[in-house]
Design a protein around this ligand. Structure first.
Ligand code: ZN
Length: 237
């Protein structure tokens, strides 16, 4: 009896590990095709910012403008409603915009109808405020779920994760910069945040402070591109 119980628990543990890998591992392709990094033989990298727009967005845009760097911003619909002018400034500066859902929910256990609403509502708000309709999607918390990829496919949207995280929700500026500079290589998609999920509070000044150092050092070696540019034409990977 003990052995059967042990075997059953081991089975449950293995099943949980497999499901966790399928929905949460940044590089997994099990539920559907996800962009994680670009061509490692091209000296290009992509900076991405999630959860905005937020209070730090103008500062981030100013740093990028001074450095001549374009990036990709994955916006939440509710934050676009809160900071519509910031969203328009992102577009006006030539950056790319992606969809990060309306209210930043966990997609785990959500029905396809609820996942579709979270994406479509954000598309409507972003399009009405910026006249820009995103083709890229980044799932909140990096968590994908069953049904998501057929929803994206019908909308001709592409899922994008990352290969390097600055962990800027917990590190100080020096730690964020050190983390990114150590892990970035050719083809990296870098994750940072210029805002906080709707209804949550947080300070992104550390991100902005780290960003100056990040773009200064990485510009010496790499060309910054948007996510769509990274996967266009000859740079397809
Ligand atoms: Zn997020």
């Amino acid at each position: 009896m003990f052995l059967w119980t042990l075997a059953f628990l081991l089975f449950l543990g293995a099943l949980a590990a497999i499901v966790y890998y399928a929905v949460a591992a940044p590089g997994t392709q099990w539920l559907g095709r996800t962009r994680v990094r670009g061509n490692p033989s091209a000296e290009i990298i992509a900076l991405t910012f999630d959860d905005g727009p937020g209070e730090a967005t103008p500062h981030v845009l100013e740093i990028l403008r001074k450095a001549g760097v374009r990036a990709t911003f994955f916006l939440c619909g509710q934050n676009v409603e809160r900071f519509p002018e910031h969203a328009r400034r992102i577009v006006a500066a030539g950056h790319e915009i992606g969809n990060h859902t309306h209210s930043h929910p966990y997609l785990l256990w959500k029905t396809p109808g609820k996942i579709a609403w979270a994406i479509d509502r954000a598309q409507e708000v972003i399009a009405s405020q910026t006249r820009y309709r995103p083709r890229l999607f980044r799932p909140p918390y990096g968590l994908r779920w069953f049904g998501l990829f057929s929803i994206l496919h019908r909308r001709e949207m592409t899922a994008v994760m990352w290969s390097v995280s600055g962990r800027d929700w917990r590190l100080p500026a020096t730690g964020i910069a050190e983390c990114i500079l150590r892990k970035t290589n050719a083809g990296s998609i870098i994750l940072l945040h210029d805002g906080c999920p709707p209804g949550k509070r947080g300070d992104r000044r550390q991100t902005a402070e780290a960003l100056e150092e990040i773009v200064r050092v990485l510009s010496e070696r790499y060309q910054f591109v948007t996510v769509s540019e990274m996967f266009s034409g000859a740079q397809q990977f």
